[in-house]
Design a protein around this ligand. Structure first.
Ligand code: ADP
Ligand code: ZN
Length: 291
């Protein structure tokens, strides 16, 4: 008996099978190219476990359609990755695997992973942001994802400009949104280097931290969660977390009393495994609900 997990990112797909305690039994990773190519590899991976496969949990890059009554439920919708626009992800899986499928955003899945096994496991209200190629956010309240007509798009919240920042932003949709100013590509365009190659002391980190701190501030005032987790490649600059905590406290100015800062603004306990673990946990949950 195994559960399946697909972390479908814009750069790579991670597929895994695991047991009911979320131990990974096998894992494979494929580059995100075209649906035809990438999904072929996904299908080959799970076909090896077809006899034992109970369900599949998918956390996908988006935007995606999560409305069950919609004709395009289970589709990736308006993504800038043109080959994936209007791709029927869940429908494609269903053609090959007659098992229940959980379907949510990649960042919701990571939030769920932390909620079940990581820093969120002691709490009921958890927010997770990924700061990587883009910025995405997901929120769980009492075990359920916060959503309305669609999933949240918190990564595109507007932020106030840092005085020393003259970069025009890299989001094609908005001026001065968080993703356009603080995600990996914005760092690369300002410095001419990939985030991982930018020195720890570079002034760009003050600028990036000021935007992420505003994100934590807005999140705190809107949702009062128990914990805010920042993951993704950019947060691998370990000095960023403390800068964000400091700038967040300045912005908050003691207006609300928050939990201890070191336990409130954190990086994922599960590290890079938050997403795939969350997908596995969602697979187990969807199987239980369908039983
Ligand atoms: P993705 O968002 O594509 O799923 P990641 O979360 O790894 O994947 O984010 C990739 C982005 O993070 C790239 O822009 C990359 O330059 C940046 N990045 C990766 N590692 C680091 C690092 N150590 N420091 C700063 N930026 C990093
Ligand atoms: Zn934007």
């Amino acid at each position: 008996m195994v559960y399946g997990a697909i972390e479908a990112g814009g750069t790579k797909f991670v597929c895994a099978v695991g047991d009911e305690d979320f131990n990974l039994l096998a894992k494979a990773s494929f580059p995100t190219t075209t649906p035809a190519e990438t999904m072929q590899l996904v299908i080959e991976f799970f076909t090896q476990y077809k006899e034992d496969l109970q369900s599949i949990g998918v956390g996908s890059f988006g935007p995606i359609d999560i409305q069950r009554e919609s004709k395009t439920y289970g589709f990736i919708t308006a993504t800038p990755k043109s080959a994936w626009q209007n791709f029927d992800f869940v429908g494609t899986l269903k053609k090959f695997f007659a098992v229940p499928i959980a379907w949510t955003t990649d960042v919701n899945a990571a939030c769920y992973g932390e909620y079940i096994l990581g820093y969120g496991s002691e709490y009921s209200n958890v927010v997770y942001y990924t700061v990587g190629t883009g910025i995405g956010g997901g929120a769980i309240q009492n075990g359920r994802f916060i959503e309305g007509f669609s999933h949240p798009e918190m990564g595109h919240m507007l932020v106030r400009r840092h005085q020393k920042d003259h970069f025009s932003g890299s989001c094609p949709f908005h001026q001065d949104c968080l993703e356009g100013l603080a995600a990996g590509p914005a760092i690369e365009k300002r410095t001419g280097k990939k985030g991982q190659e930018v020195a720890e002391k570079d002034p760009v980190w003050e600028i990036v931290a000021s935007y992420i701190a505003q994100c934590a501030y807005n999140t705190t005032l809107m949702l009062s969660p128990d914990v805010i987790i920042f993951g993704g490649g950019v947060m691998k600059q370990t000095q960023l977390k403390m800068k964000v905590q400091e700038k967040f406290l300045e912005l908050l100015n003691d207006y609300v009393s928050i939990p201890k800062i070191a336990d409130y603004i954190v990086t994922p306990k599960l590290g890079d495994h938050a997403g795939i673990t969350g997908c596995l946990a969602l697979a187990k949950e969807v199987k239980q609900h369908s039983a």
